[in-house]
Design a protein around this ligand. Sequence first.
Ligand code: HEM
Length: 132
Amino acid sequence: MQTTAAEEERSFYDRVGGEQTFRRLVHFFYQGVAQDELLRPMYPEEDLGPAEERFALFLMQYWGGPRTYSDRRGHPRLRMRHVPFQVDRAAHDAWLRHMRTALDRLALPAEDDRELWNYMTYAAAAMINTAG
Ligand code: HEM
């Protein structure tokens, strides 16, 4: 199918379904994290709800939605924000595995899925801060 100029101008955020889509993605993702013996202890808060909220707001902003994340948290500076956590290869792999499962559950059109997945794999690799 051909993309029209109007569609090109719509943000990826709107195209994939806006806030609801990103909230569902992050909710599915955190359901995986909640069960993960390596990742779960890394999250400082007992309640994963606030972490879920921050990640959802970040992704919404990144993909062209409202800028609520930065209004609340300032500049993302994600690598710096991950310094307190030991993100090694194993954590990276586990994180991406839960993201893959979450994306599968979302079942977006293949092209949109690929765009999100490419970004997630790139960003996850950039977050590694510990060898091993
Ligand atoms: C590679 C493995 C990763 C691990 C093990 C990891 C782990 C964590 C942990 C433990 C937190 C603290 C929870 C909180 O207080 O919010 C956090 C925060 C966060 N992570 Fe990750 N993360 C990873 C990758 C990523 C990636 C790839 C992204 C973006 C695509 C991301 C986005 C965020 C955001 C937005 C926050 C909240 C930042 C804030 O405003 O404080 N993380 N992550």
